[in-house]
Design a protein around this ligand. Sequence first.
Ligand code: NAD
Ligand code: DAO
Ligand code: ZN
Ligand code: ZN
Length: 370
Amino acid sequence: MRTRAAVALEAGKPLEIMDVELEGPKEGEVLVEIKATGICHTDEFTRSGGDPEGLFPSILGHEGAGVVVEVGPGVRSLKPGDHVIPLYTAECRECEYCLNPKTNLCQAVRSTQGQGVMPDGTSRFSMPDGTKLHHYMGCSTFANHTVLPEISLAKIREDAPFDKVCYIGCGVTTGVGAVINTAKVEIGATAIVFGLGGIGLNVIQGLRLAGADRIVGVDLNPEKKVLAEKFGMTDFVNPNDVDGPLAPYLVDYTGGGGDYTFDATGNVNVMRQALESAHKGWGESIIIGVAPAGAEISTRPFQLVTGRVWKGTAFGGARGRTDVPKIVDWYMEGKIEIDPMITHTMGLDDINHGFDLMHEGKSIRSVVTY
Ligand code: NAD
Ligand code: DAO
Ligand code: ZN
Ligand code: ZN
C-alpha cells in the first residue's frame, strides 16, 4: 500500500513529506494506522545526526497511538480495530529478560530493531523509486501507517484520545515509570528533579502520584517554575541563583538530601550533582537523561561507599504491554495529567515546525495528528 510519511533522507536535513510504499504484515506482525504521534528529543537526536548509530534514510517517530488495520499470520493478541500504542521496548514475555523481574529490557527484537529492520531482517518501507527505508526504534510513527511486531504493541482502551495518549508511548511512561517502577518512591519521600522538560514534568507528577511530601525541581529556566508547580512541584531551585556548589546547597535545603533524585537533563555534570544531592546512607539517584555519544559520568567513589545508589532507567522501567494500558487508565481516571503538556498540535505537513518549536524551547510536547 501507499502511505504518507515524513522521511529522514539525510542527517541534519529537515524531514521530507512524501508518499512511501508499505508492505503488509508478515508472520507475527501487525499493520497499524497511526492517528497521532509526539515529537521527542530522541527523534531530534537522530534527525540531527547526533546519534552515531542513526540510520538513513529512515522514518523516525516512536511516540504514537493508532488502530490495528491488519494482522499477519500467527498474531493472537490483537485484531483489526484494536487501539494500540507502539513500544520501542517490546515485551515478548518469553525471553530471559522478560522472565527476570529485575528488568524491562526485552531482547526479543533488540538486534534487528537497532538495525532498522523487522525481525526477519527486512524493511517493510520503501521510497516510490524502490529505495529501502529503515524503520526507527521499531516504531516509525512519522508515517500514517506502519508495521510492527505484535510484541511491540500495547492494546489500550478505545475511549482514550489518540492525540493525548500517544505521549504515553515515551515521555509520560519514562517520567512516571522512573518514579513508580525504578525508584519505587514511598509516601512521604523527599525528591529532587533536575530538568523540568517533557520528561522531568512527568517525574514530578509521578512523585505526586506516589505521595512524595517534598518535590524539589531544579532548572536553569525560571519559566519552568509556574508550570512544574501545576504538576506537584513544592520547591523550585534555579542553579543560577545559588552561590557555590549546588549539591551541598540542595543537601542543606532538603535537610540531608533527597531520598530520591532524578536527572532529566542528559547533562553528565548535572548527573553528578543529582547523585551528590542524594541523602547519605540511603539516597538513590536515577539517571533518565541520555547523554551525548561518548560522554562519561564521574563522582568520588566515597559518595557510593557512604550509601548513595546510582541507577538508570529506560522507558521508566515499564513492561509496555502490561504497564502502558494501566498508565492510559490512570490518565482516563484523572490520576495523571497529559493535556497541559501537549502545547502544540499540527498536521504531518508541518512536522518540521514541531522540531523548530523544540529547538526554540517553546514547546513541552508537539503532537502530529494524521
Ligand atoms: P527537555 O529539553 O524538554 O528538558 C530538559 C530540561 O532541562 C529543560 O527544562 C532545561 O532548561 C533543563 N536543563 C538543562 N540544563 C540544565 C542544568 N544544567 N541544570 C538544570 N536544568 C537544566 O528534554 P526532555 O524531553 O525532558 O528529555 C530529557 C532527557 O531525557 C533527554 O536527555 C532525553 O534524551 C532523555 N530521555 C530518556 C528516556 C529514557 O528512557 N531514559 C526516554 C526519553 C527521553
Ligand atoms: O539495549 O536492550 C537494550 C535497549 C536499550 C533501549 C534503551 C532506550 C533508552 C532510552 C532512549 C530514549 C528513548 C526515547
Ligand atoms: Zn522519546
Ligand atoms: Zn522479552
